[in-house]
Write a protein that binds this ligand. Structure first.
Ligand code: ADP
Ligand code: ASP
Ligand code: MG
Length: 815
C-alpha cells in the first residue's frame, strides 16, 4: 500500500485536482492508497496573514472571501450541480467557524500560538473535505479524515513534537476500522492531549504522510509536488538545476534541512526507521520518474548531490577568555538554547576555543540574545565574555553529498568558486558526517553564490558567462553577430553559454535579467532602452550580482576606462579592445592588472595590439614558459604597412597615400595614422606586458614625414605638401633600392627601450617580404634566437577585432 501526498500546488486548482484524481486512478485497485493533502497553494499563508490582520485590527474580510471563493469555484467546476450542495454546506460551516475565530482575535487583539494553529488548520480541512467529496464521483469509497484526531503531539504549537507510539496505534486502529474505504487525510495538523489542534511546522504535510506510512508499514511514500523531484539546487534560483534520480535519507535530510523546501526534513525520520522509500514526483510532469530517497542507493558519479540555502538567518558570536579550556561551556550554551526552543541552524567554533559562532532563525535571534545575557550575566559583567551581538542580513549555503567524504578538494572547489566571484565567507561549518559543508555569506550574494557553486561543481554542465557590452559600433555589432552564430557550437563543444545581459551605447542602455535576444538586440535596445548613463549601467550590472560576469568595452573612448578599476574590484572580468586604458599612465595599467589578480578575475585586451592576431597572448605564453625576450620588432599599423609595402619604383609617395585612403585603410586624416601615435601606444602596451614600466615619453618616435607635411592646415594641403616633398621620399626610396633594401617603419623593443623608426631592411629581415596591409611582429627570444617567432596577418577591421574580443570572452569562460 502506498501513501500519496499532494502538496499545495497539486491541489491548487480544479485542473490540478483532476490530475490528482487521474494519478489515483492509476494506483492498484486491490491496494487502496492513503491520500494526504495540503491546503490549496497560498491558503496557509493567507490564513496566517488574516490572523495577523485580525489581531492588528485590519480588514481580513476581503481575504477570507477570496479564499472561500477559490474553494467554491473548484467545487462548481468539478462537480455536477446536483452533487454540489453537501460539500458547499460543509465548507460554509468551516468558513463560518473560521470567521468567528478571526472575529474573536479581532475583539481581544491577541493571537496566541494555539489560536494560530487552530486558524491554520482550516486550510487542510477545507481542501481535504472538498477533494474527498469530489473524489467520490470516481471513488465511491472515498472518505474525509481529519488527521488531527490520530496524530498526537505535545503542546508546542506551531511545531509540535509527535508522540509516535500513541500515534501509530491510533492510525492503525483507524485504518483497520476503515479498511474498505479510501482515506483522504488532512496533512500538517495534529492535536495535543486535550484534543487542541497543533501543527507540525510549515511544510508539515510531508511529515504527516511519513507518519502514516510508518504506522501502516506502507510500501512507498509518494510526495507529489510541482517540480521534477529533488533538484541540484532551488530551481527558482538556479535555472540550470536538474533533477536527481536518487538520494540517501541523510542526503535528503541535509538538503532539506538547509533549505530545499521540496520536502520537509522530519519526513525522512519515520521513513528511514522503517526503510520506506520516498519518491518525489511532479503533478505537472506525471510521466517523469522523479527522485527516489531510499537505502542502498547506487553509487553516484556526481561530486555533490546538491546545493541548498537558507536565505535569511541571524548570526551570534560569543567570545572571550572565559571560554578557553572551560569544559562544558558550549554544552551550557546549547542546552540553554534547546531548552528554550531556540533552534540552532549551524555552529562553528574556533580552534582556540576563544569564540563560538552560531546561526539561528531571525525570529529567534533576540530571544537567543536575551537568554545568553541572562545565563552568562556574571561572566559578562566580569568581562570574561564579550557582550554578543546579533548580525542580520546573512544566508547559509550548503553543499551536500555522501561522495564528499571520499573526494578530496571539495572545499577547495567551493571556496575558489566563491572567491572568484568576490563572495566573502563569514563562517564555515562542516558537518561531522562530512556530508555537508556550509558557509555563511551575505544575503545579497546568495543567488550569485549558489549559481557560481553550481557551475563549479557540475562542470560538465554548461557554464554561463554573463556579458555586459559597451559600444554598438562596427565592432560591437559584429561581435553580436558572431556570438549569435557561434552559440550552438559553444554549447555543444565547450559547454559554454554566453548571455548578453546588458548593452549600452552613448545614447541608450538596456539591461535584461533574462538575457537579451541577439537576433533582435537593436530593436530591444531601441524599444526598452533608457537614456545611457555609464555609472547607472555599472550600478545595475553590479546589483544583478550574477556569477561569471564580463564587462566588454568595444568603444574607443576614455569614459569607460574610468570605471575599469571599480568593475574589476567588484569581481567582474574586463575584456576590452579600447587601448586608452593600457596606454595612458603606467600606474593605471598596473592598477588594472593588480586588481584583476587580487579579485581573481580576468583583464583581457588581446585586441589592443594587432586586433585578433595572437600577439599579447603569445608574449604572455613565452614569458610564462620561462623564455627570455631579447627583442621584439613590429609593424603594428595597417596603413603604414600598406604605404611602405606599395611604395615602389615608378610610384610617387603621395599617390600611395591617396590609394591607401581610397581603399579605406586610413583615418579621415591619414596623418592620424602616419604620425605613428597609435603604433606607439601598441608598442607601449607590448613593452609593459614584457615587464617594462615605461611611459609614453620614454619612447623614441621618429617622424616619418617632414614637419611641413604634418603642419599642413587641411587634408588637401597635406597632399600638396607630400607632393612638394616628393624629392625627399624619392631619395629615400632610391637609396634603399640601390642597396637591395626596402623602406619599413618599424617599432622595436630591445633592452627595455622602445623606438619607432623608418628603416631600410634587406631580404634577410622577416619584414622584407611583407605585403598588403598586414601587421607583423617578430619575437627574438632565448629559444627563438636564430629564427624569430613571427606572427603576421590582418591587424585591423571589425571582423578580426570582434573575433579577438570574442576569443577573450571565451578565455574568461575557460577558467
Ligand atoms: P508543495 O506545496 O508541493 O509541498 P513546496 O512549495 O513545499 O511544494 O516545495 C516545492 C518547491 O520547493 C519547488 O517549487 C521549488 O521551488 C522549491 N525548492 C527549493 N529547493 C529545491 C530543490 N533543491 N529541489 C526541488 N525543489 C526545490
Ligand atoms: N499547508 C502547510 C504549509 O503551507 C503544510 C504543507 O503544505 O505541507 O506549510
Ligand atoms: Mg511542501
Amino acid at each position: 500500500m502506498n501513501i500519496l501526498k499532494f502538496g499545495g500546488t497539486s491541489v491548487g486548482s480544479a485542473e490540478r485536482i483532476s490530475t490528482l484524481l487521474s494519478i489515483l486512478k492509476s494506483e492498484r485497485i486491490d491496494q487502496k492508497p492513503v491520500v494526504v493533502l495540503s491546503a490549496m497553494s497560498g491558503v496557509t499563508n493567507a490564513l496566517l496573514s488574516m490572523a495577523e490582520k485580525a489581531r492588528n485590527q485590519d480588514d481580513y474580510g476581503t481575504m477570507l472571501k477570496e479564499v472561500e471563493e477559490r474553494h467554491f469555484h473548484v467545487i462548481r467546476t468539478l462537480l455536477p450541480a446536483a452533487a454540489q450542495n453537501p460539500v458547499l454546506t460543509r465548507l460554509k460551516i468551516y468558513f463560518n467557524e473560521l470567521e468567528d475565530i478571526l472575529q474573536s482575535v479581532h475583539n481581544i487583539r491577541e493571537l496566541s500560538a494555539q489560536t494560530k494553529d487552530l486558524i491554520l488548520s482550516y486550510g487542510e480541512r477545507c481542501s481535504t473535505a472538498m477533494i474527498s467529496h469530489i473524489a467520490k464521483q470516481q471513488f465511491p469509497e472515498a472518505v474525509f479524515v481529519d488527521g488531527a484526531q490520530v496524530i498526537k503531539t505535545d503542546s508546542n504549537f506551531g511545531q509540535a513534537k509527535v508522540n509516535t507510539n500513541l500515534t501509530e496505534i491510533l492510525i492503525r486502529d483507524f485504518y483497520d476500522a476503515h479498511r474498505d474505504q479510501m482515506l483522504f487525510v488532512t496533512g500538517f495538523i495534529a492535536s495535543n492531549d486535550e484534543g487542541r489542534i497543533t501543527t507540525l511546522g510549515r511544510g508539515g504535510s510531508d511529515y504527516t504522510a511519513a507518519i502514516w506510512a510508518a504506522a501502516l508499514d506502507a510500501a512507498e511514500i509518494q510526495i507529489w509536488t510541482d517540480v521534477d523531484g529533488m533538484l541540484t539546487a532551488d530551481p527558482r534560483m538556479v535555472k540550470k538545476a536538474f533533477s536527481l534520480p536518487e538520494l540517501s535519507y541523510t542526503e535528503a535530510m541535509e538538503l532539506s534541512y538547509f533549505g530545499a523546501k521540496v520536502i520537509y526534513p522530519p519526513t525522512m525520520i519515520p521513513a528511514f526507521l522503517k526503510r520506506i522509500p520516498i519518491v518525489i514526483r511532479n503533478t505537472f510532469n506525471v510521466d517523469f520518474s522523479g527522485t527516489y530517497i531510499r537505502h542502498n542507493t547506487e553509487p553516484s558519479t556526481l561530486p555533490i548531490k546538491g546545493i541548498s540555502s537558507i536565505d535569511e538567518i541571524s548570526v551570534l558570536n560569543l567570545s572571550g577568555s572565559g571560554m578557553v579550556g572551560k569544559a562544558g561551556f558550549s554544552g551550557r550554551l546549547f542546552s540553554l538554547l534547546s531548552r528554550e526552543q531556540v533552534n540552532v541552524v549551524l555552529i562553528t567554533q574556533s580552534s582556540s576555543e576563544h569564540s563560538i559562532t552560531f546561526a539561528v532563525k531571525p525570529s529567534d535571534s533576540l530571544k537567543a540574545l536575551s537568554l545568553i545575557n541572562k545565563e552568562f550575566e556574571l561572566e559578562l559583567q566580569a568581562k570574561k565574555l564579550e557582550y554578543p551581538e546579533v548580525e542580520n542580513g546573512l544566508s547559509v549555503l550548503a553543499i551536500v553529498g555522501e561522495n564528499m567524504k571520499r573526494t578530496p578538494g571539495m572545499s577547495g572547489k567551493l571556496f575558489s568558486a566563491l572567491g572568484r566571484n568576490g563572495i566573502n565567507v563569514r563562517a564555515i561549518a562542516q558537518g561531522s558526517s562530512e556530508y555537508n559543508i556550509s558557509v555563511i555569506i551575505s544575503k545579497t550574494d546568495l543567488s550569485k553564490a549558489v549559481n557560481a557553486v553550481h557551475d563549479a561543481f557540475y562542470a560538465d554542465l554548461k557554464k554561463t558567462l554573463h556579458i555586459f557590452c559597451l559600444g554598438t559600433g562596427n565592432i560591437g555589432k559584429t561581435l553580436f553577430n558572431q556570438l549569435q552564430e557561434q552559440m550552438p557550437f559553444l554549447a555543444d563543444n565547450n559547454d559554454l553559454q554566453v548571455k548578453v545581459m546588458g548593452i549600452s551605447n552613448t545614447r541608450k542602455m538596456h539591461l535584461n535579467a533574462d538575457g537579451i535576444e541577439l537576433s533582435t538586440w537593436e530593436e530591444e535596445l531601441e524599444r526598452e532602452g533608457t537614456a545611457a548613463s555609464l555609472p547607472e549601467f555599472i550600478k545595475k550590472m553590479k546589483s544583478m550580482n550574477l556569477p561569471n560576469c564580463v564587462f566588454v568595452d568595444n568603444t574607443a573612448s576614455q569614459n569607460p576606462i574610468n570605471h575599469y578599476l571599480d568593475v574589476l574590484q567588484s569581481s567582474i572580468s574586463v575584456v576590452t579592445c579600447n587601448k586608452i586604458g593600457n596606454s595612458s599612465d603606467y600606474e593605471q595599467y598596473a592598477s588594472f592588472k593588480q586588481a584583476a589578480r587580487t579579485y581573481g578575475v580576468d583583464f583581457f585586451y588581446e585586441t589592443n595590439v594587432g586586433a585578433g592576431l595572437p600577439i599579447i597572448r603569445t608574449l604572455k605564453d613565452l614569458m610564462l614558459s620561462g623564455d627570455k625576450i631579447m627583442r621584439i620588432e613590429a609593424i603594428l599599423s595597417g596603413t603604414i604597412s600598406y604605404i611602405f609595402n606599395n611604395y615602389k619604383a615608378g610610384k610617387q609617395f603621395h599617390e600611395v597615400v591617396r590609394e591607401a585612403q581610397e581603399k579605406g585603410y586610413t583615418e579621415p586624416d591619414p596623418r592620424d595614422d602616419l604620425n605613428g601615435k597609435d603604433f606607439m601606444r601598441k608598442m607601449l602596451i607590448l613593452a609593459r606586458d614584457a615587464g617594462y614600466a615605461l611611459e609614453e615619453k620614454d619612447i623614441e618616435l621618429e617622424n616619418m614625414l617632414p614637419a611641413s607635411c604634418m603642419a599642413a592646415e587641411s587634408v588637401e594641403d597635406f597632399y600638396v605638401e607630400l607632393q612638394t616633398n616628393a624629392a625627399y621620399f624619392q631619395e629615400l626610396q632610391t637609396r634603399a633600392a640601390t642597396e637591395n633594401k626596402v623602406l619599413r617603419y618599424i617599432g622595436k623593443l630591445e633592452q627595455g627601450k622602445v623606438s619607432i623608426n623608418l628603416q631600410m631592411v634587406d631580404e634577410s629581415h622577416p619584414f622584407f617580404t611583407l605585403s598588403g596591409s598586414d601587421n607583423i611582429i617578430s619575437f627574438t627570444t632565448n629559444r627563438y634566437k636564430d629564427r624569430p617567432l613571427v606572427v603576421k596577418g590582418p591587424g585591423a577591421g571589425a571582423e578580426v577585432t570582434a573575433a579577438g574580443v570574442f576569443a577573450d570572452i571565451i578565455n574568461v569562460g575557460k577558467r
